[in-house]
Design a protein around this ligand. Structure first.
Ligand code: 13P
Length: 128
């Protein structure tokens, strides 16, 4: 089982939901984690089960970061809003940093997310 964290800032939540819908056949084979509002949208709009953590501004990014440190996340898709300042920017940076510290594949835009989901699909199909 592959563990995937899905996170999106408000202006990117629709993009993420559409992306997850497009690749539902892949994501339904993964264990999904998300920050609270992102997870709710994925559950309600796509019908996938998601383990929901706190909302990003309330520490959810740090909780995902902690899961990464514990070796419990294999892939992260985090659609950030590059045009809006976030009150919890230090938490966002910390999450990105632990991905790099632990060499966890991280997509922060749809183009890279596409590449990442193809890699998830390849792994699920037993590819090395
Ligand atoms: O703020 C976030 C990531 O930094 C996402 O949090 P929500 O999914 O709760 O909106």
């Amino acid at each position: 089982m592959l563990n995937v964290a899905l996170i999106a800032h408000d202006n990117k939540k629709l993009d993420l939901a559409m992306f997850v819908k497009e690749w539902k056949s892949v994501f339904e084979k993964c264990k999904l984690y998300a920050t609270k509002s992102t997870g709710k949208i994925i559950e309600q709009k796509i019908g996938l089960k998601v383990t929901k953590l706190e909302s990003g501004p309330y520490g959810g990014d740090l909780q995902i970061g902690s899961l990464i440190v514990n070796g419990e996340i294999d892939f992260v898709i985090f659609l950030r809003d590059p045009l809006t300042a976030q009150p919890h920017e230090p938490d966002v940076s910390a999450l990105l940093r632990v991905c790099d510290v632990h060499n966890i594949p991280l997509a922060t835009n749809l183009a890279t997310a596409e590449g990442l989901v193809l890699e998830i699909k390849r792994k699920l199909e037993g590819g090395e």
